[in-house]
Ligand binder design. Sequence first.
Ligand SMILES: C[S@@+](CC[C@H](N)C(=O)[O-])C[C@H]1O[C@@H](n2cnc3c(N)ncnc32)[C@H](O)[C@@H]1O
Length: 531
Amino acid sequence: MQKKQRLELTWIGKGEKDNPKLEPRILIEDSEKSYGDKNTENILIHGDNLLALKALEQDYAGKVKCIYIDPPYNTGNAFEHYDDGLEHSEWLNLIKPRLVLLRSLLSNDGSIWISIDDQECHYLKVLCDELFGRNNFITSITWGKRVSPANDAKFFSSDHDYILVYAKNKDNWVINRLERSESNNSYYKNPDSDHRGAWNSITYTGNKTRLERPNLYYGIVNPNTNITVYPPETLTWRYSEETHLINEQNNLIYWGKDGKSSIPRLKQFLSDAKRVVPRTIWTADDVGSTQTSMTEQKKMFEAPFATPKPEILLERVLTIGTKKGDLVLDSFLGSGTTAAVAHKMGRKWIGIELGEHCHTHCIPRLQKVTDGTDQGGISKAVNWQGGGGFKYYYLAPSLLKKDKFGNWVIEEQYNADMLAAAMAKQEGFRYSPDSELYWKQGFSNEFDFIYTTTQFLTVEMLDSIYSEMKSSETLLIACKSFQDGCNKRYPNINIKKIPSMLLGRCEFGKEDYSLNILSLPEVEDSAEDDE
Ligand SMILES: C[S@@+](CC[C@H](N)C(=O)[O-])C[C@H]1O[C@@H](n2cnc3c(N)ncnc32)[C@H](O)[C@@H]1O
């Protein structure tokens, strides 16, 4: 039988390196770095985004309304704050599992926006078609990022970036139109001092023919010239004669500057004008340029972040993709632009950043946003006065490590609470210690619980737990060791040993999945080059 073929992008390592068995880590709050409102739902995570996204999966799958990412473009430049020169296959191997996780976090009516340039855009587009479905592709936006050309360019001055936009499910995605800008409104004037305010005129003819809609073909008298005018032979008026008379009574007919036009037009008032549909070319005038973002950075930091986006660009993205209260995620947070803008726009946010600039840039910036002392970027436009806060988390180390004999043991940094939380996560339970029954540390449903202990589990302890259980309840006990006779003593209590119960499930002890790879794979000469 012929193998079913499909259109897809392949690369070195696809299907092998791009699907790591990730450990679902727990996130640990460092309350000294958290800021502002203690009940905030905003989250800043310092760490590799692949592990961080995996850590978020249990609580946030299907909950994020809008994801914006601005990953390293793979431009081959060594930026000051991160390395950006991966060989193309390696870049795809690294971006793919992150996109898979990001997709799982998106809500059914959510969207993902990815900034990228010529270097990888077209490969990324094909990869995203595979992961999100080509039918969920919304558009690719061109952002004119440069004000003046790079005259030292060898061939062309690269003046634009792209933003690829995908919906999780195009049928469910609803776009928010944009507020009318001054330039949109500049077409509205009030030459006849109409008390209803400025107006613009639109065509009075429709595209049906006289034969198709005879009732829309009739004579109209221009009151200024007393001449009866008709639509062009191949067209009709847009409105029936009755509606036209109402339009006339309402002073809605415009006969041109001198009043003598042979075709009337309809007045349309600015006060009735709709919000505008977003267009796919975003100019620096509308959404800022790289210069805008650099100026923003210089106002905030002595050492500006090298590749920030302007706040107003993110404001445009979040206006189209979200409403107040929606959850926004950026897993390549950089200097914190997405979080700052989401915060000022009343959206909840999650930001993930691996680099040390999480501390030197994101935290101070977001503290100022919280305090209301950051009056740069979009602050004035949205009248930002401060408020809210954020919680700071980092990733727990791997739960298991190898001891000096090569045996897997529990990482000693795990205290009892961390271990209980980690085991609950590993086993798919929600960690939520009961205030009365110590063995109810987490639940998967209202009858199913988990209890983790590092103690030696005795039959006596087991009997005591069992005596507190309802007959409808089931329990998983994860312990280091247990007394003979414990196992299978009660049909509704399952006992497993740590660490053996965990082995083989995922990659333990692996800390670096990051894009910041220092030793790049060697690029082999292609066969064609040798010929
Ligand atoms: C182009 S910058 C984002 C800039 C950001 N949009 C802004 O306005 O500041 C890309 C960021 O992704 C971060 N990054 C790269 N690999 C990462 C990883 N594996 N996990 C988390 N962040 C990562 C880099 O440290 C860098 O800060």
